[in-house]
Design a protein around this ligand. Structure first.
Ligand SMILES: [Zn+2]
Length: 149
């Protein structure tokens, strides 16, 4: 793939990008990216029934309505009132230490499912603040790797 000085990779990236933004799904109303995100959200919902995730969240419980964040080691309420919207929002998340979509980029649905339904050793409870920071860092790493490819 690297034989012609990386030109092929640029072409491949172009095709991948076109494919993700092309409205190929749901009777031409959804892009590939929207479709992927929709399926991922449905799968994510199914992880609520995945025992290792239930165990992870149970183990993080310190008392009713409170959990321990594995990162900042603070005991936090499971939900808080969002200052901007005034709505009650989730404040603790079951994080995949090795993320569902690797920082090196999307691999396949097989990989996504394997990573999503992982074992307890790859899971940790994170408070809203720590989870947001980790996700942001992963997003930045993905963007950096994409740029350097
Ligand atoms: Zn935290």
């Amino acid at each position: 793939m690297l034989t012609n000085g990386g030109g092929f990779i640029i072409i491949t990236r172009g095709l991948k990008l076109a494919k993700l933004t092309e409205r190929t799904r749901c009777n031409g109303t959804w892009t590939e990216a929207q479709f992927r995100s929709f399926i991922k959200n449905q799968l994510r919902h199914a992880t609520l029934k995945w025992a290792p995730i239930q165990v992870c969240m149970k183990e993080a419980t310190t008392r009713r309505g409170w959990k321990m964040c594995a990162c900042c080691q603070q005991e936090v309420p499971v939900s808080i009132i969002d200052q901007a919207t005034g709505k009650r929002v989730k404040n603790i998340f079951c994080d995949h230490i090795d993320p569902i979509v690797p920082v090196s980029g999307w691999e396949s649905w097989d990989s996504c499912i394997d990573r999503m339904f992982c074992e307890l050793d790859n899971l940790q409870a994170l408070c809203g603040k720590c989870h947001k920071e980790k996700s942001l860092e992963e997003t930045q790493q993905r963007a950096e790797i994409r740029r350097s490819k």
